[in-house]
Design a protein around this ligand. Structure first.
Ligand SMILES: Cc1cc2nc3c(=O)[nH]c(=O)nc-3n(C[C@H](O)[C@H](O)[C@H](O)COP(=O)(O)OP(=O)(O)OC[C@H]3O[C@@H](n4cnc5c(N)ncnc54)[C@H](O)[C@@H]3O)c2cc1C
Length: 388
Protein backbone atom coordinates (compact mmCIF):
# COMPACT_ATOMS: atom_id res chain seq x y z
CA UNK A 1 0.00 0.00 0.00
CA UNK A 2 1.25 3.51 -0.83
CA UNK A 3 0.44 6.82 0.86
CA UNK A 4 -0.03 10.28 -0.72
CA UNK A 5 1.46 13.34 0.90
CA UNK A 6 -2.10 14.19 2.11
CA UNK A 7 -2.10 11.01 4.15
CA UNK A 8 1.27 11.86 5.56
CA UNK A 9 0.08 12.79 9.03
CA UNK A 10 -1.78 9.50 9.29
CA UNK A 11 1.37 7.70 8.21
CA UNK A 12 3.45 8.93 11.14
CA UNK A 13 3.97 5.50 12.64
CA UNK A 14 2.70 5.13 16.20
CA UNK A 15 5.18 3.33 18.43
CA UNK A 16 4.05 0.13 20.17
CA UNK A 17 5.89 -2.87 21.59
CA UNK A 18 3.89 -5.76 20.14
CA UNK A 19 1.40 -5.85 17.24
CA UNK A 20 -0.90 -8.88 17.11
CA UNK A 21 -2.56 -9.48 13.74
CA UNK A 22 -5.76 -11.58 13.71
CA UNK A 23 -8.51 -11.58 16.36
CA UNK A 24 -9.20 -15.31 16.65
CA UNK A 25 -8.37 -17.76 19.44
CA UNK A 26 -4.66 -17.63 18.48
CA UNK A 27 -4.36 -13.83 18.52
CA UNK A 28 -6.41 -13.39 21.69
CA UNK A 29 -4.53 -16.17 23.50
CA UNK A 30 -1.22 -14.58 22.47
CA UNK A 31 -2.46 -11.22 23.79
CA UNK A 32 -3.46 -12.89 27.07
CA UNK A 33 -0.09 -14.52 27.79
CA UNK A 34 2.04 -11.60 26.60
CA UNK A 35 0.11 -9.19 28.76
CA UNK A 36 0.22 -11.55 31.73
CA UNK A 37 3.98 -12.08 31.57
CA UNK A 38 5.02 -8.60 30.39
CA UNK A 39 2.29 -6.31 31.72
CA UNK A 40 4.16 -3.08 30.97
CA UNK A 41 4.33 -3.65 27.20
CA UNK A 42 2.21 -1.65 24.80
CA UNK A 43 0.32 -4.31 22.88
CA UNK A 44 -2.18 -3.58 20.11
CA UNK A 45 -4.35 -6.09 18.22
CA UNK A 46 -5.55 -5.69 14.60
CA UNK A 47 -8.54 -7.58 13.20
CA UNK A 48 -9.81 -6.92 9.68
CA UNK A 49 -13.40 -7.89 10.56
CA UNK A 50 -14.75 -8.43 14.06
CA UNK A 51 -13.21 -10.50 16.82
CA UNK A 52 -14.08 -14.10 15.91
CA UNK A 53 -15.05 -13.47 12.28
CA UNK A 54 -12.66 -16.25 11.21
CA UNK A 55 -12.76 -19.93 12.17
CA UNK A 56 -12.75 -19.11 15.89
CA UNK A 57 -16.29 -17.80 15.67
CA UNK A 58 -17.45 -20.52 13.24
CA UNK A 59 -16.39 -23.77 14.84
CA UNK A 60 -18.41 -26.49 16.54
CA UNK A 61 -17.21 -25.72 20.06
CA UNK A 62 -15.42 -28.99 20.89
CA UNK A 63 -12.74 -28.47 23.54
CA UNK A 64 -10.91 -31.59 22.62
CA UNK A 65 -7.76 -33.67 22.39
CA UNK A 66 -9.21 -35.12 19.15
CA UNK A 67 -10.93 -38.45 18.54
CA UNK A 68 -9.38 -41.78 19.50
CA UNK A 69 -8.82 -42.37 15.75
CA UNK A 70 -6.92 -39.05 15.60
CA UNK A 71 -4.66 -40.27 18.42
CA UNK A 72 -4.20 -43.60 16.63
CA UNK A 73 -3.12 -41.84 13.41
CA UNK A 74 -0.59 -39.73 15.31
CA UNK A 75 0.72 -42.86 17.06
CA UNK A 76 1.21 -44.54 13.67
CA UNK A 77 2.75 -41.49 11.98
CA UNK A 78 4.84 -40.03 14.80
CA UNK A 79 5.32 -42.84 17.33
CA UNK A 80 3.57 -43.45 20.66
CA UNK A 81 5.81 -41.14 22.69
CA UNK A 82 5.23 -38.10 20.48
CA UNK A 83 1.50 -38.83 20.15
CA UNK A 84 1.23 -38.98 23.95
CA UNK A 85 3.14 -35.72 24.35
CA UNK A 86 0.75 -34.05 21.89
CA UNK A 87 -2.26 -35.51 23.70
CA UNK A 88 -0.90 -34.20 27.02
CA UNK A 89 -0.41 -30.72 25.56
CA UNK A 90 -4.04 -30.51 24.43
CA UNK A 91 -5.18 -31.78 27.84
CA UNK A 92 -2.96 -29.05 29.33
CA UNK A 93 -4.63 -26.47 27.02
CA UNK A 94 -8.00 -27.42 28.51
CA UNK A 95 -6.69 -27.42 32.11
CA UNK A 96 -4.99 -24.03 31.67
CA UNK A 97 -8.16 -22.39 30.33
CA UNK A 98 -10.02 -23.65 33.40
CA UNK A 99 -7.32 -22.73 35.92
CA UNK A 100 -6.95 -19.23 34.44
CA UNK A 101 -10.69 -18.78 35.05
CA UNK A 102 -11.54 -18.38 31.34
CA UNK A 103 -13.59 -21.53 30.74
CA UNK A 104 -16.67 -21.43 32.92
CA UNK A 105 -20.46 -21.41 32.70
CA UNK A 106 -20.36 -17.88 31.22
CA UNK A 107 -19.16 -19.46 27.97
CA UNK A 108 -21.57 -22.41 28.24
CA UNK A 109 -18.60 -24.58 29.11
CA UNK A 110 -19.16 -28.13 30.32
CA UNK A 111 -16.69 -30.97 30.80
CA UNK A 112 -18.66 -33.69 29.06
CA UNK A 113 -16.13 -36.20 27.77
CA UNK A 114 -16.56 -37.30 24.15
CA UNK A 115 -17.50 -40.45 22.24
CA UNK A 116 -15.52 -41.82 19.28
CA UNK A 117 -17.98 -44.13 17.46
CA UNK A 118 -17.94 -46.35 14.38
CA UNK A 119 -20.57 -48.35 12.51
CA UNK A 120 -17.98 -51.13 11.97
CA UNK A 121 -17.03 -53.35 14.89
CA UNK A 122 -13.70 -54.10 13.14
CA UNK A 123 -12.87 -50.38 13.26
CA UNK A 124 -13.73 -50.23 16.95
CA UNK A 125 -11.52 -53.27 17.54
CA UNK A 126 -8.65 -51.73 15.55
CA UNK A 127 -8.48 -48.83 18.02
CA UNK A 128 -8.06 -51.07 21.07
CA UNK A 129 -4.24 -50.83 21.09
CA UNK A 130 -4.34 -47.01 20.92
CA UNK A 131 -6.78 -47.02 23.83
CA UNK A 132 -4.42 -49.22 25.87
CA UNK A 133 -1.56 -46.76 25.23
CA UNK A 134 -3.74 -43.89 26.43
CA UNK A 135 -4.83 -45.83 29.52
CA UNK A 136 -1.22 -46.64 30.42
CA UNK A 137 -0.62 -42.90 30.22
CA UNK A 138 -3.40 -42.32 32.79
CA UNK A 139 -6.27 -41.29 30.50
CA UNK A 140 -9.74 -42.53 31.37
CA UNK A 141 -11.05 -44.20 28.20
CA UNK A 142 -13.93 -46.65 28.35
CA UNK A 143 -15.19 -49.10 25.71
CA UNK A 144 -18.78 -48.44 24.62
CA UNK A 145 -20.96 -51.23 23.23
CA UNK A 146 -23.60 -50.70 20.51
CA UNK A 147 -26.28 -50.64 23.21
CA UNK A 148 -24.45 -47.96 25.20
CA UNK A 149 -23.76 -45.72 22.18
CA UNK A 150 -25.70 -42.43 22.43
CA UNK A 151 -26.91 -42.71 18.80
CA UNK A 152 -28.39 -45.63 16.82
CA UNK A 153 -26.67 -47.73 14.15
CA UNK A 154 -23.20 -47.54 15.68
CA UNK A 155 -21.38 -50.78 16.46
CA UNK A 156 -19.81 -49.05 19.45
CA UNK A 157 -16.62 -47.18 20.23
CA UNK A 158 -14.94 -45.41 23.13
CA UNK A 159 -15.68 -42.66 25.60
CA UNK A 160 -12.85 -40.38 26.77
CA UNK A 161 -13.55 -38.38 29.92
CA UNK A 162 -11.24 -35.36 29.36
CA UNK A 163 -13.03 -33.44 26.60
CA UNK A 164 -15.55 -30.62 26.91
CA UNK A 165 -17.68 -28.20 24.94
CA UNK A 166 -18.21 -24.44 24.88
CA UNK A 167 -19.52 -21.40 23.04
CA UNK A 168 -16.31 -20.38 21.23
CA UNK A 169 -17.25 -16.74 20.68
CA UNK A 170 -17.93 -16.29 24.38
CA UNK A 171 -14.50 -17.73 25.17
CA UNK A 172 -12.99 -15.08 22.88
CA UNK A 173 -14.94 -12.45 24.84
CA UNK A 174 -13.56 -13.79 28.13
CA UNK A 175 -10.00 -13.76 26.78
CA UNK A 176 -10.38 -10.24 25.50
CA UNK A 177 -11.74 -8.96 28.79
CA UNK A 178 -9.06 -10.70 30.82
CA UNK A 179 -6.14 -9.43 28.73
CA UNK A 180 -7.26 -5.83 28.40
CA UNK A 181 -5.38 -5.33 25.11
CA UNK A 182 -6.67 -2.65 22.69
CA UNK A 183 -8.11 -4.35 19.59
CA UNK A 184 -8.57 -2.34 16.38
CA UNK A 185 -11.48 -4.11 14.67
CA UNK A 186 -12.28 -3.42 11.01
CA UNK A 187 -8.55 -2.81 10.53
CA UNK A 188 -6.76 -4.92 7.95
CA UNK A 189 -2.99 -5.25 8.00
CA UNK A 190 -1.54 -4.99 4.49
CA UNK A 191 2.08 -5.67 5.14
CA UNK A 192 4.84 -5.88 7.70
CA UNK A 193 8.18 -4.36 6.86
CA UNK A 194 11.35 -4.98 8.88
CA UNK A 195 13.36 -1.78 9.50
CA UNK A 196 16.65 -1.08 11.29
CA UNK A 197 14.89 -0.50 14.63
CA UNK A 198 11.80 -2.75 14.54
CA UNK A 199 8.93 -3.61 12.19
CA UNK A 200 6.54 -1.27 10.42
CA UNK A 201 2.96 -2.58 10.39
CA UNK A 202 0.87 -0.97 7.65
CA UNK A 203 -2.85 -1.06 8.33
CA UNK A 204 -6.08 0.49 7.05
CA UNK A 205 -5.88 2.80 10.03
CA UNK A 206 -2.31 4.00 9.46
CA UNK A 207 1.14 2.71 10.25
CA UNK A 208 2.58 1.38 13.51
CA UNK A 209 6.16 0.75 14.51
CA UNK A 210 6.50 -2.36 16.69
CA UNK A 211 9.40 -4.23 18.26
CA UNK A 212 7.63 -7.57 17.72
CA UNK A 213 4.78 -8.70 15.49
CA UNK A 214 2.60 -11.78 16.04
CA UNK A 215 0.93 -13.07 12.88
CA UNK A 216 -2.23 -14.96 13.91
CA UNK A 217 -4.23 -14.77 10.68
CA UNK A 218 -4.26 -18.55 10.20
CA UNK A 219 -5.86 -19.65 6.88
CA UNK A 220 -5.67 -16.07 5.55
CA UNK A 221 -1.93 -15.68 6.28
CA UNK A 222 -0.60 -16.74 2.84
CA UNK A 223 -2.92 -14.20 1.16
CA UNK A 224 -0.87 -11.29 2.47
CA UNK A 225 2.37 -13.04 3.52
CA UNK A 226 3.18 -15.45 0.65
CA UNK A 227 6.22 -16.84 2.51
CA UNK A 228 3.72 -18.65 4.76
CA UNK A 229 2.21 -20.65 1.88
CA UNK A 230 4.43 -23.71 2.57
CA UNK A 231 3.31 -23.70 6.23
CA UNK A 232 -0.42 -23.03 6.06
CA UNK A 233 -2.87 -24.72 3.67
CA UNK A 234 -6.25 -22.97 3.77
CA UNK A 235 -9.17 -25.40 3.74
CA UNK A 236 -12.90 -24.95 4.18
CA UNK A 237 -15.17 -26.81 6.62
CA UNK A 238 -18.98 -26.90 6.89
CA UNK A 239 -21.36 -26.95 9.84
CA UNK A 240 -25.06 -26.66 10.66
CA UNK A 241 -27.31 -26.26 13.67
CA UNK A 242 -30.79 -27.70 14.17
CA UNK A 243 -33.77 -26.41 16.10
CA UNK A 244 -33.66 -27.64 19.74
CA UNK A 245 -33.88 -31.41 20.10
CA UNK A 246 -36.45 -32.98 22.42
CA UNK A 247 -34.01 -35.35 24.10
CA UNK A 248 -30.43 -34.92 25.37
CA UNK A 249 -27.31 -36.12 23.58
CA UNK A 250 -25.13 -37.44 26.42
CA UNK A 251 -21.80 -36.01 25.17
CA UNK A 252 -20.15 -34.78 21.97
CA UNK A 253 -19.65 -37.49 19.35
CA UNK A 254 -16.97 -38.15 16.74
CA UNK A 255 -18.54 -40.30 14.01
CA UNK A 256 -15.33 -41.80 12.71
CA UNK A 257 -16.62 -43.36 9.45
CA UNK A 258 -17.89 -39.99 8.18
CA UNK A 259 -15.23 -37.64 9.63
CA UNK A 260 -18.25 -36.01 11.27
CA UNK A 261 -18.70 -34.54 14.74
CA UNK A 262 -21.75 -33.38 16.66
CA UNK A 263 -22.72 -32.05 20.03
CA UNK A 264 -25.70 -30.46 21.75
CA UNK A 265 -25.42 -26.82 22.82
CA UNK A 266 -26.85 -25.16 25.94
CA UNK A 267 -30.16 -24.53 24.09
CA UNK A 268 -30.60 -28.17 23.12
CA UNK A 269 -29.66 -27.60 19.48
CA UNK A 270 -27.52 -30.14 17.63
CA UNK A 271 -24.40 -28.71 16.03
CA UNK A 272 -23.07 -31.00 13.31
CA UNK A 273 -20.03 -30.63 11.07
CA UNK A 274 -17.61 -32.67 9.01
CA UNK A 275 -17.68 -34.82 5.84
CA UNK A 276 -14.73 -32.83 4.40
CA UNK A 277 -13.21 -35.86 2.61
CA UNK A 278 -16.35 -35.98 0.42
CA UNK A 279 -15.10 -32.86 -1.34
CA UNK A 280 -11.49 -32.54 -0.19
CA UNK A 281 -10.26 -31.10 -3.52
CA UNK A 282 -13.04 -28.52 -3.68
CA UNK A 283 -13.06 -27.49 -0.04
CA UNK A 284 -9.89 -25.40 -0.23
CA UNK A 285 -9.21 -21.67 0.04
CA UNK A 286 -10.72 -19.00 2.26
CA UNK A 287 -13.99 -18.17 0.46
CA UNK A 288 -17.08 -18.39 2.65
CA UNK A 289 -19.17 -20.91 0.65
CA UNK A 290 -21.69 -23.63 1.49
CA UNK A 291 -20.85 -26.92 -0.24
CA UNK A 292 -24.11 -28.60 -1.41
CA UNK A 293 -22.79 -32.17 -1.44
CA UNK A 294 -21.32 -31.86 2.04
CA UNK A 295 -24.55 -30.34 3.39
CA UNK A 296 -26.60 -33.11 1.76
CA UNK A 297 -24.39 -35.62 3.61
CA UNK A 298 -24.84 -33.72 6.89
CA UNK A 299 -28.64 -33.81 6.38
CA UNK A 300 -28.55 -37.54 5.65
CA UNK A 301 -26.50 -38.08 8.84
CA UNK A 302 -29.12 -36.22 10.87
CA UNK A 303 -31.84 -38.41 9.38
CA UNK A 304 -29.97 -41.64 9.91
CA UNK A 305 -28.48 -41.14 13.38
CA UNK A 306 -30.26 -38.27 15.13
CA UNK A 307 -33.99 -38.93 14.57
CA UNK A 308 -34.35 -40.39 18.07
CA UNK A 309 -33.31 -37.08 19.63
CA UNK A 310 -36.32 -35.30 18.06
CA UNK A 311 -40.08 -35.81 18.21
CA UNK A 312 -40.34 -34.60 14.61
CA UNK A 313 -37.85 -34.66 11.74
CA UNK A 314 -34.80 -32.53 12.68
CA UNK A 315 -35.12 -29.00 11.30
CA UNK A 316 -31.95 -27.17 10.26
CA UNK A 317 -31.87 -23.56 11.53
CA UNK A 318 -28.61 -22.38 10.04
CA UNK A 319 -25.71 -23.54 7.88
CA UNK A 320 -22.24 -21.99 7.62
CA UNK A 321 -18.68 -22.52 6.48
CA UNK A 322 -15.31 -21.50 7.87
CA UNK A 323 -11.69 -21.35 6.68
CA UNK A 324 -9.04 -23.06 8.73
CA UNK A 325 -5.31 -23.57 8.33
CA UNK A 326 -3.59 -26.97 8.03
CA UNK A 327 0.13 -27.46 8.56
CA UNK A 328 1.97 -29.98 6.31
CA UNK A 329 2.24 -32.40 9.26
CA UNK A 330 -1.11 -31.37 10.84
CA UNK A 331 0.59 -30.04 14.00
CA UNK A 332 0.18 -26.43 15.16
CA UNK A 333 3.00 -24.02 14.32
CA UNK A 334 4.75 -21.57 16.65
CA UNK A 335 7.91 -19.79 15.51
CA UNK A 336 9.75 -16.91 13.91
CA UNK A 337 9.24 -15.84 10.31
CA UNK A 338 12.51 -16.50 8.53
CA UNK A 339 12.43 -13.31 6.41
CA UNK A 340 11.03 -10.99 9.07
CA UNK A 341 13.22 -10.58 12.16
CA UNK A 342 11.14 -9.86 15.26
CA UNK A 343 8.00 -11.39 13.67
CA UNK A 344 6.38 -14.63 14.83
CA UNK A 345 3.61 -16.94 13.62
CA UNK A 346 1.06 -18.90 15.63
CA UNK A 347 -1.66 -21.04 14.01
CA UNK A 348 -2.32 -23.89 11.58
CA UNK A 349 -4.02 -25.80 14.38
CA UNK A 350 -5.23 -28.20 11.70
CA UNK A 351 -8.84 -28.57 12.79
CA UNK A 352 -8.35 -28.34 16.57
CA UNK A 353 -7.69 -24.66 17.38
CA UNK A 354 -9.90 -24.60 20.45
CA UNK A 355 -7.95 -27.57 21.76
CA UNK A 356 -4.54 -26.11 20.95
CA UNK A 357 -4.30 -22.33 20.71
CA UNK A 358 -4.09 -21.41 24.41
CA UNK A 359 -1.17 -23.72 25.22
CA UNK A 360 0.49 -22.88 21.88
CA UNK A 361 0.20 -19.17 22.72
CA UNK A 362 1.78 -19.78 26.13
CA UNK A 363 4.75 -21.28 24.31
CA UNK A 364 4.76 -18.41 21.83
CA UNK A 365 4.96 -15.90 24.69
CA UNK A 366 7.91 -17.82 26.19
CA UNK A 367 9.64 -17.73 22.79
CA UNK A 368 9.03 -13.99 22.24
CA UNK A 369 9.92 -12.92 25.78
CA UNK A 370 12.69 -15.38 26.72
CA UNK A 371 13.74 -17.17 23.52
CA UNK A 372 12.46 -20.55 24.89
CA UNK A 373 11.90 -22.97 22.00
CA UNK A 374 8.31 -24.29 21.70
CA UNK A 375 9.17 -28.01 21.49
CA UNK A 376 7.07 -30.12 19.12
CA UNK A 377 5.27 -27.05 17.78
CA UNK A 378 8.49 -25.33 16.69
CA UNK A 379 8.30 -23.86 13.17
CA UNK A 380 11.93 -24.88 12.64
CA UNK A 381 10.66 -28.33 11.65
CA UNK A 382 9.09 -26.84 8.49
CA UNK A 383 10.42 -26.04 5.00
CA UNK A 384 11.30 -22.42 4.29
CA UNK A 385 12.62 -21.83 7.78
CA UNK A 386 16.23 -20.85 8.45
CA UNK A 387 16.78 -23.81 10.73
CA UNK A 388 14.49 -26.18 8.81
C1 LIG B 1 -16.82 -25.53 10.72
C2 LIG B 1 -15.64 -25.61 11.64
C3 LIG B 1 -15.74 -26.41 12.79
C4 LIG B 1 -14.65 -26.48 13.67
N1 LIG B 1 -14.81 -27.15 14.84
C5 LIG B 1 -13.82 -27.11 15.79
C6 LIG B 1 -14.04 -27.63 17.08
O1 LIG B 1 -15.14 -28.07 17.41
N2 LIG B 1 -13.00 -27.62 17.97
C7 LIG B 1 -11.77 -27.11 17.62
O2 LIG B 1 -10.85 -27.17 18.44
N3 LIG B 1 -11.56 -26.53 16.41
C8 LIG B 1 -12.55 -26.51 15.50
N4 LIG B 1 -12.36 -25.90 14.29
C9 LIG B 1 -11.06 -25.28 14.01
C10 LIG B 1 -10.87 -23.97 14.78
O3 LIG B 1 -11.99 -23.17 14.60
C11 LIG B 1 -9.61 -23.26 14.28
O4 LIG B 1 -8.50 -24.14 14.41
C12 LIG B 1 -9.31 -22.01 15.10
O5 LIG B 1 -10.43 -21.22 15.25
C13 LIG B 1 -8.21 -21.19 14.43
O6 LIG B 1 -8.05 -20.02 15.18
P1 LIG B 1 -7.09 -18.87 14.69
O7 LIG B 1 -7.19 -17.77 15.69
O8 LIG B 1 -5.74 -19.43 14.43
O9 LIG B 1 -7.69 -18.42 13.28
P2 LIG B 1 -9.01 -17.56 12.96
O10 LIG B 1 -10.06 -17.75 13.97
O11 LIG B 1 -9.36 -17.84 11.54
O12 LIG B 1 -8.51 -16.08 13.12
C14 LIG B 1 -7.76 -15.38 12.13
C15 LIG B 1 -8.27 -13.95 12.11
O13 LIG B 1 -7.39 -13.15 11.32
C16 LIG B 1 -8.18 -12.16 10.68
N5 LIG B 1 -7.41 -11.64 9.54
C17 LIG B 1 -7.09 -12.29 8.40
N6 LIG B 1 -6.30 -11.52 7.62
C18 LIG B 1 -6.11 -10.36 8.30
C19 LIG B 1 -5.37 -9.16 8.02
N7 LIG B 1 -4.66 -9.03 6.89
N8 LIG B 1 -5.38 -8.15 8.93
C20 LIG B 1 -6.10 -8.27 10.11
N9 LIG B 1 -6.81 -9.40 10.41
C21 LIG B 1 -6.80 -10.43 9.53
C22 LIG B 1 -9.44 -12.91 10.28
O14 LIG B 1 -10.52 -12.04 10.04
C23 LIG B 1 -9.65 -13.83 11.48
O15 LIG B 1 -10.55 -13.27 12.43
C24 LIG B 1 -13.42 -25.79 13.38
C25 LIG B 1 -13.35 -24.98 12.25
C26 LIG B 1 -14.45 -24.87 11.39
C27 LIG B 1 -14.34 -23.95 10.21
Amino acid sequence: MTYSIWHQRRCQAQQIDVAIIGGGISGLSAAYWLQKHAPGRRIAGFERGEIGSGASGRNAGFMTCGSIAHFDRQRTNLGAETALELWSMTAENHRLLVSEGLLNSACDYAKTGAFSLSRASTRVESLREAVEVLRTHGATVRHVSAGEAPLPEFAGGYWYEGDGQLDPLRLLGALREASNVAWHQGTRVHQIQPTSDGVTVETDGGAYKATNVIVATNAYAPEWLPELAPWVRPVRAQALVTAPATRPLRAPVYALDDWAYLRQDAHGRIILGGFRPLAADEEVGTRDLLHPRVHAALDAFLDRHCRDLFDEAPRVQRRWSGALGYAPDALPIVGELADHPGCFFIGAHSGHGMGWAFVAAQRLAALVLHGTRPGLLDARRLPGHEGG
